[in-house]
Write a protein that binds this ligand. Structure first.
Ligand code: GRF
Length: 202
């Protein structure tokens, strides 16, 4: 990244895109720019948002690729066209293979709705309530081969309320996510978190 250049972020989605909206609306104040949105789902509401904001976007429909390796390669090609400094997964629902993950080591991050390493995987809010845990929250972490297991960058937490439903808990965690994720990108943008020197496509 050159001096004075804004950190270039590609956001990768599969669905609703509320984190994309939050990341986009706080980009300027946090010192980064969203240079592209990539989705594997044609009907992702997040893609409509990207269109409405004239954000450059690419669809890489996973059903068009016979193997995960071919899908991963197409996804990487779509991402690299935007020349990002950092790739932010935001509700992306495909598991990425080891060579994709290695290609973007240190610049591929994800947001997960639990306090990792607790509750990796899906349906975190219901599982938290079943477990009786008193605390819950969200985690931004580097993506590695280990599903939801990469190094933790930052977390935001809340106290689970008595008699809360999974939906109520999910809504409160989502509010935390919408502050946490832009904040973490701001830390990358200001150099508080270092990025690897060389980008995969340079
Ligand atoms: C968020 O809860 C995020 O933590 C998880 O998937 C959900 C995506 O929501 N990885 P949205 O598409 O950003 O609204």
């Amino acid at each position: 990244m050159g001096v004075n250049a804004l950190l270039r972020v590609v956001v990768v989605i599969s669905g609703r895109g509320s984190n994309l909206v939050a990341l986009h609306s706080k980009a300027k104040e946090q010192g980064y720019q969203i240079v592209g949105v990539v989705s594997n789902q044609a009907d992702a509401p997040g893609l409509l948002y990207a269109q409405s904001q004239a954000l450059p976007q690419t669809l890489v429909g996973h059903a068009s690729y016979p193997t995960r390796a071919l899908f991963d390669a197409a996804l990487a090609a779509a991402i690299d066209r935007y020349q990002p400094d950092i790739i932010a997964l935001a509700g992306f629902l495909r598991v990425l293979g080891p060579s994709f993950v290695r290609r973007y080591a240190g610049r591929l991050i994800n947001i997960h709705p639990s306090l990792l390493p607790a509750f990796p995987g899906l349906n975190t809010h219901a599982r938290v309530l079943e477990s009786g845990a008193k605390e819950h929250g969200a985690t931004v972490h580097f993506v590695t081969d280990a599903l939801d297991g990469g190094p933790i960058i930052e977390q935001a937490r809340l106290t689970v309320l008595p008699n809360e439903t999974p939906e109520q808990l999910a809504a409160r965690v989502l509010i935390l996510e919408h502050t946490l994720y832009p904040h973490v990108l701001g830390r990358f943008a200001s150099g508080q978190i270092a990025l690897p020197e060389t980008r995969a496509f340079t």
